[in-house]
Design a protein around this ligand. Structure first.
Ligand code: UDP
Length: 241
C-alpha cells in the first residue's frame, strides 16, 4: 500500500473513546487507536492526533441549562485533556513515545502547545496528541483539529466517525441516505452537511487541507484510507480553473 499523504492529522471524537460503554473511556478503544496509528506510521506517514471531549463534557450542554458558557467550555477542554492523557498512557504502555501538547497551560500535567514544542516532538518521532482544542471557548475540537492541522503542516484531516463517510442524510436514521465520494469544502458549507462545524471547514479550505471522513470501526481502516483504499468521503478544495 502506498500512502497518498505524507503528514496527516487524525481526529477522533471523545464519544469514539466510549466504545460500547455509555460514558467514559473504554480501554479497548484506546488499544484500537494505538494499533491504528502504529499501522499508519509504518506506512511512513507522519501522524498527529486531536481528540474531543464529548464523552465527558460539552460546554453547550451546561449553557443549555442556563449556566455560564465560558466556564462550561473550560470544563469541556479539561475533558479533552483527560482523554489525551488516557491516549498518551496507552501509547506509553505499547512503548511508543507520545507527547500531549495542550492549548491550555498545565505544565504539571502536559506540555503547553507551542510551535517549537510541536517541531521538537515531531523531529523526535513522537506521536503528538494535541489537547484542549484551540484553548479558547466557543470553539469545538473540530476547529482545534483544523487549526493544529494547519500548524502541523498536515495535508489532510482524517476524521474517524461512526459511519463510512458524509451522507445527504443520517444513514442510521434514513436507509435511503446516499454517501458522497467527493465534495468541496464550499459544498459542505452550502449544503450544511454538518459533518464538522463551519469554522473548521473554512479553516481547512483556506489552508488547502483535505478532510477525509471514514468509519473508525473497521480494523486497519486508518492505514487503508491514508492509501486511498476502502470507503470514505474526501472533501477537497475546489480545483483552480
Ligand atoms: N471546547 C472549547 N474550545 C475548543 C474545543 C473544545 O471550548 O477549542 C470545549 C467545548 O465545550 C466542547 C468540549 O470542549 O463542547 C468538548 O469538545 P467537542 O464537543 O468538540 O468534543 P467531541 O465532540 O469531538 O467529542
Amino acid at each position: 500500500m502506498t500512502p497518498r499523504y505524507k503528514r496527516v492529522l487524525y481526529k477522533i471524537s471523545g464519544e469514539a473513546l466510549m466504545g460500547n460503554q455509555s460514558s467514559g473511556i473504554d480501554p479497548a478503544m484506546l488499544e484500537k487507536v494505538v494499533s491504528d496509528v502504529q499501522e499508519a506510521q509504518n506506512l511512513g506517514t507522519s501522524i498527529a492526533l486531536v481528540v474531543g471531549g464529548g464523552n465527558i463534557f460539552r460546554g453547550a450542554a451546561l449553557a443549555a441549562q442556563g449556566m455560564d458558557r465560558v466556564t462550561g467550555d473550560h470544563m469541556g477542554m479539561l475533558a479533552i485533556v483527560m482523554n489525551a492523557l488516557a491516549l498518551r498512557m496507552a501509547f506509553d504502555q505499547r512503548g511508543i513515545a507520545a507527547t500531549v501538547l495542550s492549548g491550555l497551560t498545565m505544565p504539571q500535567v502536559c506540555e503547553p502547545f507551542s510551535q517549537r514544542a510541536m517541531i521538537k516532538a515531531r523531529e523526535a518521532g513522537d506521536v503528538i496528541i494535541f489537547a484542549a482544542g484551540t484553548g479558547s471557548p466557543f470553539f469545538t475540537s473540530d476547529t482545534g483539529a483544523a487549526l493544529r492541522a494547519a500548524e502541523f503542516g498536515a495535508q489532510a484531516i482524517l476524521k474517524g466517525t461512526q459511519v463510512d463517510g458524509i451522507y445527504d442524510a443520517d444513514p442510521r436514521k434514513n436507509p435511503k441516505a446516499e454517501r458522497f465520494d467527493t465534495l468541496t469544502h464550499d459544498q459542505v458549507l452550502e449544503k450544511r452537511l454538518g459533518i464538522m462545524d463551519a469554522a473548521s471547514i473554512a479553516l481547512a479550505r483556506d489552508n488547502d487541507i483535505d478532510v477525509v471522513v471514514f468509519s473508525l470501526h473497521e480494523t486497519g481502516n486508518l492505514a487503508r484510507v491514508i492509501c486511498g483504499q476502502g470507503t470514505f468521503t474526501t472533501v477537497i478544495t475546489t480545483p483552480q480553473p
